[in-house]
Design a protein around this ligand. Structure first.
Ligand code: ZN
Length: 467
C-alpha cells in the first residue's frame, strides 16, 4: 500500500516538527529534566498544526527506553508499540465521533484506574475534547483530580473556550499557532526534493497560502497536485479550484477601471468554473497585502471591500451576488458630481425636526456607508451567523443557509427573506420558527420574533443590485 505523503511526512520526533518551536523547546526540556513527574496536557490551536502529532510524540517521549535529547528514539520496544498501536496502555480517542463520546467512561476513565501493563506510563489522548458531554467532562475531571502517578491525559482541541475551566486549570496548556506561509513553502520544497517532484516555487507559495497555516493540509494538497505531474501554479489552480495571481491582477485592473460589466462577467465566469469564491476573496486580500505599497490607497479601499465579502460569503447562499453587491457599492462611489447630485435629490427628504427638541440627547448611530437596503449591519449579520452555527445539522439548517437572507434585526423583529418555497414551508412550521426565535432572543438578549417574507431569487437580486 502506498503511503500518503501526509502520513509519510508525519513528524516522529519533536525536532522534525514545523513551526511550533515555542512549544517543542519546553516539551523537550521537560522530557530531559523531570520526565517522571507526570502531569496532564492540553494542546490547543487551529486544525492541522500538529496537536495530535505532538501528543503521540509526547507519549513516546514519556515512555521511551532510549530518549535522545528529549526526543523519542522510535526504535525501542516502547516507541514501536505506540507507533504500531499495539498496546492498550496507549489509547487515542476522537471525542468528535459518536463512539468516542459514548465509550469514554467505560473505555477510558474506568480503565485508567489500573496500572499500565506494558509501558511505563499509561497515556490517553483525547482529540477534540471540547465535544465531550457534560457528564463525560465530570467523569474526566474526577479522574484527573486524583493523580495516579502512572496515567497521563493529553487533551487536544481546536476550541479551548468550550473546555470547562476546571479541566483547563488542571492541565499544562500549550497554544499551537498557525504555521507561516514561508515555513510551509520551505517544508513543501524539502518534500519535493526528497520525492523528486519538479516544482515552481510560486506554486508552493500558493499551496501554502491556501493551507491557511495547516501543515497537514498543505502536504495533502501537494500530494493531490503531484498526480498532475509538475507542481506548477497552473496545476495548483486547476486542482484546488483557485485562481492564478494573473487572474487576480486582471480582476483588480477591471475594478480600477470601474468596468462594471466586465467585472460582473468575470465574477460569473469564475463562479461557473467552480472556483471557490471564499478562497478567491482570501487570495485577493493576500495579494493586496503583498503588494500594498505599490498602490496603497486603492489597495486599502479594495481590501476593505473584500474583508466585507469574506465575512459574508461563507454563509451566504449565493456567493457571486455578495461579490456583486459589495463591489457595486465601491463602483458607485465617487461617481461624477452630476450623478451624485441627482441621486441625492431622488432620496426622500427627512421629516423636519421639531425646533424645540434639543438634539444633544440623541444617540449617535454609527454611519452606514451607502449600504443597499437589504444588506444587514455587521452586528445583525454576526447574530445570524451565530444562529446558523448553533443549529443542529439537518434540513432546517441547510435550508436557512442556502435559501434565506437576513435583512435586519430591529425592535425585537428579525426580518428574513426566503427565496425558496420549500424552505419557506419548512420555516412556517411552528417548532422550527420557535427554535430560531429562541436562539435569536438568546443572542440578542431581547425577545425577538421572526418576520418571514418570500421573494423569488431573481426579484431579490434585482432589488439588491438596484436594477
Ligand atoms: Zn524509544
Amino acid at each position: 500500500m502506498q503511503l500518503s505523503l501526509a502520513n509519510k511526512y508525519r513528524p516522529q520526533t519533536f525536532d522534525s516538527m514545523i513551526g511550533q518551536q515555542h512549544i517543542i523547546g519546553i516539551l523537550k526540556a521537560k522530557m530531559q529534566s523531570n520526565r517522571d513527574s507526570l502531569q496532564n496536557y492540553l494542546l490547543t490551536g487551529p486544525r492541522g498544526t500538529g496537536k495530535t502529532t505532538s501528543a503521540r510524540i509526547l507519549a513516546k517521549a514519556i515512555n521511551c527506553l532510549d530518549p535522545q535529547d528529549g526526543n523519542p528514539c522510535n526504535h525501542c520496544v516502547n516507541c514501536q508499540t505506540i507507533n504500531e498501536n499495539k498496546t492498550l496502555d496507549y489509547v487515542e480517542i476522537d471525542a468528535a465521533s459518536h463512539t468516542g463520546v459514548d465509550n469514554i467512561r467505560e473505555e477510558i476513565l474506568d480503565k485508567a484506574l489500573y496500572p499500565p501493563t506494558v509501558l511505563k506510563k499509561k497515556i490517553y489522548v483525547i482529540d477534540e475534547v471540547h465535544m465531550l458531554s457534560k457528564g463525560a467532562f465530570n467523569s474526566l475531571l474526577k479522574t484527573i483530580e486524583e493523580p495516579k502517578g502512572n496515567v497521563c491525559f493529553i487533551l487536544a482541541t481546536t476550541e479551548i473556550q468550550k473546555v470547562p475551566d476546571t479541566i483547563v486549570s488542571r492541565c499544562q496548556t500549550f497554544l499551537f499557532r498557525k504555521v507561516s506561509e514561508q515555513e510551509i513553502a520551505d517544508h513543501l520544497e524539502e518534500i519535493c526534493k526528497t520525492e523528486g517532484f519538479e516544482y515552481e516555487k510560486d506554486a508552493l507559495q500558493l499551496i501554502a497560502m491556501i493551507s491557511d497555516g495547516g501543515v497537514r493540509d498543505s502536504i495533502k494538497y501537494l500530494d493531490q497536485v503531484s498526480i498532475l505531474g509538475k507542481i506548477t501554479t497552473d496545476n495548483v489552480s486547476k486542482f484546488l479550484w483557485i485562481v492564478s495571481e494573473v487572474t487576480i491582477k486582471n480582476f483588480l485592473a477591471l475594478i480600477k477601471k470601474r468596468d462594471k460589466k466586465l467585472i460582473f462577467d468575470e465574477i460569473d465566469r469564475l463562479n461557473e468554473q467552480g472556483i471557490d469564491l471564499f478562497q478567491f476573496a482570501k487570495q485577493v486580500i493576500g495579494l493586496l497585502d503583498k503588494h500594498l505599497l505599490e498602490d496603497t490607497a486603492f489597495y486599502l479601499s479594495i481590501a476593505e471591500v473584500f474583508s466585507g465579502i469574506l465575512r459574508q460569503v461563507r454563509y451566504y447562499p449565493y456567493p457571486a451576488v455578495v461579490f456583486k453587491m459589495e463591489l457595486w457599492k465601491i463602483l458607485n462611489d465617487g461617481e461624477s458630481s452630476d450623478e451624485m447630485l441627482s441621486t441625492s435629490i431622488e432620496q426622500p427628504q427627512p421629516a423636519p425636526k421639531k425646533p424645540e427638541k434639543p438634539e444633544k440627547s440623541e444617540k449617535k448611530k454609527p454611519e452606514k456607508s451607502n449600504a443597499s437596503p437589504s444588506s444587514p449591519a455587521q452586528e445583525d449579520w454576526d447574530t445570524w451567523v451565530q444562529v446558523l452555527q448553533t443549529l443542529p445539522e439537518g434540513t432546517l439548517k441547510s435550508n436557512l443557509t442556502q435559501h434565506a437572507i437576513l435583512e435586519n434585526i430591529s425592535n425585537g423583529t428579525a426580518k428574513l427573506v426566503v427565496t425558496n418555497k420549500i424552505a419557506q414551508i419548512s420555516l412556517q412550521k411552528q417548532e422550527n420558527k420557535a427554535e430560531i426565535e429562541k436562539k435569536l432572543s438568546e443572542i440578542t438578549g431581547e425577545t425577538t420574533v421572526l418576520e418571514i417574507s418570500f421573494e423569488s431569487k431573481e426579484a431579490y437580486f434585482a432589488r439588491n443590485l438596484g436594477i
